[in-house]
Design a protein around this ligand. Structure first.
Ligand code: NDP
Length: 526
């Protein structure tokens, strides 16, 4: 081989090597090193274990790690409770014959808190697993503030996100997502009572959604692209026997039609005969599977071609201090119970990893005690509230003397600038309040079982405070005052509706919003 050829080969090999090194830094750590807390600076921003994701996997690991006193911090992101909160009836959780997904997840969350886990309403923006401690940049959902935290170990349990068809009329500025197109029958089904809806998909989700919707709506169509279902028999046969469920095999949805505000129908194609047709529907539910939420991780740990995290030896990833379980690493089973089971294994492996690097639970407690001491010291330095003697009565603490407002100014202030959210209890009151007010209005349509709605409550409260006197803020529980939701064609929750002073709709946004986005939106409409 000539020198030139050898040189070219050398360049090519090192280029590939450099590419692997740059693109896949996990390769580097896999070949290294003995980690020890003695070699690093553990400050109060360094957590023993950071759990990313608040679904069954994240919460199960939080329970185990808290009970073992490893002080986990769980970042629950924008969807506390995860995808299971969208299931109206979980029938295979041992010990619960049937339970609403949101109730099950509330109970798990409560259990994790009771065990001592710290749960934060933050989402992960980026990670850097190339060195140890691991670096994680998080964003506070409420304030939008970002900060970097460090972790001795990390458990990824970010679950999966629904797939979309990628057809015209589905998403984007001219799309109908949240205006009739939905990925969650249990969230939005109630808004289609007595109407005609369609489901796309032939798996278990499509069947479960059809069962739920058939009890609410007039007619359910199911569009299956093959000539058979993928879903298991049993429930399927019972659902398909319903009078108001009609299956269309070999049928693909080509386009979603609408009137600008809501879905009015879909264009279909039979993929065997080639025949095209249109059908009138009010809502379209997508049940076409899901993909793992691993975008921010796959440059840092090994993932397969479909984005699932590759595991070895239980729940270990390609980076020694990083573990994963649940839908992020499971292309096959995707059950809540398998997620929880695998998360339990992960928690036990994490404990063993933390011990191996020199973290004893007593050390974790020592760091915690130090933090408590610091807080107590800080509190001591702050001035004591003034104590005022009240004759013939107990001693009371008051912050400062306040002037009593006159009755009239109190009423005026309450009307003008308290920043309180008005909870709507009946439709006619709401219409009257909108008619009588000279301010624009922002209306939050929610339900008590909707997790993203819960997440939005503090954000909406903060917005009401900051726009006090400039706009009125209302909240409407769609299960209690459904009439208003129907009147405004609300087809997904949470929806925030913006009305001008005459009560005309100016705009609406559907789904969880960051505090920043909601504030910006309100500001732009005032
Ligand atoms: P699946 O991946 O099982 O099914 C997806 C369905 O959507 C398939 O019929 C697939 O068609 C179809 N599909 C995919 N892409 C398109 C497209 N672009 N256009 C039209 N159709 C499309 O997903 P599921 O969400 O139904 O289930 C996921 C997992 O969760 C499974 O393991 C399931 O068993 C489980 N599950 C269990 C439940 C239970 O109660 N036990 C309830 C719900 C889910 P094709 O078959 O042609 O690929």
């Amino acid at each position: 081989m000539s020198f030139g050829v050898k040189f070219m080969l050398l360049v090519a090999v090192s280029a590939v090597g450099t590419y692997v090194f740059i693109k896949k830094p996990w390769k580097k750590e896999a070949q290294e090193m003995k980690l020890s807390v003695k070699d690093i600076n553990v400050d109060d921003k360094t957590h023993p274990v950071v759990i990313i994701g608040g679904g069954p996997a994240g919460l199960t690991a939080a329970i185990y790690l808290s009970q073992a006193r490893f002080s986990p911090i769980l970042l629950e992101g924008k969807m506390p409770g995860g995808a299971l909160t969208q299931s109206h009836a979980v029938q295979n959780w041992p010990g619960e014959k049937e339970i609403r997904g949101s109730v099950l997840m509330d109970q798990m969350r409560e259990h994790a808190l009771h065990a001592g886990a710290k749960i934060e309403s933050k989402e992960v923006v980026s990670v850097d697993f190339s060195s140890w401690p691991l670096k994680i940049v998080v964003k506070d959902i409420l304030s939008g503030k970002e900060e970097e935290i460090k972790a001795l170990s990390c458990f990824i349990a970010t679950g999966s996100a629904p797939n979309f068809l990628g057809i015209p009329g589905e998403r984007g500025a001219d799309g109908y997502f949240g205006k009739g197109v939905s990925t969650c029958a249990v969230c939005d089904g109630g808004l289609f009572r007595g109407k005609t809806v369609a489901i796309v998909g032939g798996g278990d989700s499509a069947i479960v959604e059809a069962e739920y919707l058939s009890s609410l709506v007039k007619q359910v169509h199911i569009f299956v692209r093959k000539d058979s279902f993928r879903a298991a028999d049993g429930v399927k046969d019972r659902v398909l026997a319903q009078d108001n469920v009609k299956v269309h095999f070999n049928t693909e949805v080509q386009k979603i039609n609408g009137d600008g505000k809501k879905v009015t129908g879909v264009a279909l194609k039979n993929n065997v005969s080639g025949q095209e047709s249109e059908i009138v529907i009010d809502g379209l539910f997508l049940a076409i599977g899901s993909h793992p939420n691993t975008d921010i991780f796959c440059d840092h740990i090994e993932c397969d071609d479909y984005g699932y995290i590759v595991l070895k030896d239980g729940q270990r990833t390609s980076v020694e201090s990083v573990f994963a379980a649940g839908d992020v690493a499971d292309p096959v089973y995707k059950q809540a119970i398998t997620s929880s089971g695998d998360a339990c294994k992960a928690a036990l492996q994490i404990m063993s990893f933390l011990r191996s690097v020199g973290v004893a639970t007593s050390k974790v407690e020592a760091v915690e005690e130090k933090e408590v001491e610091k807080k107590e010291e800080k509190a001591k330095k702050e001035p004591e509230p003034e104590k005022v003697e009240v004759k013939d009565g107990p001693k009371v603490e008051v912050e400062a003397e306040k002037e009593e407002p006159s009755v009239s100014s109190e009423v005026e202030e309450q009307d003008d600038a308290t920043g309180e959210i008005i909870k709507v209890e009946n439709a006619s009151n709401f219409r009257r309040m909108i008619k009588d007010s000279s301010r624009p209005a922002v209306v939050d349509f929610y339900a008590t079982w909707c997790m993203p709605c819960k997440l939005m409550h503090p954000i909406f409260e903060a917005a009401a405070q900051s726009f006090a006197g400039r706009a009125d803020f209302y909240s409407i529980n769609i299960d209690e005052v459904g009439e208003i939701a129907r009147e405004h064609g609300i087809q997904g929750i949470p929806t925030f509706l913006f009305l001008d002073p005459s009560g005309e709709e100016q705009d609406r946004v559907v789904g969880a919003q960051s505090a920043e986005d909601l504030t910006e939106k309100i500001e732009s409409l005032l």
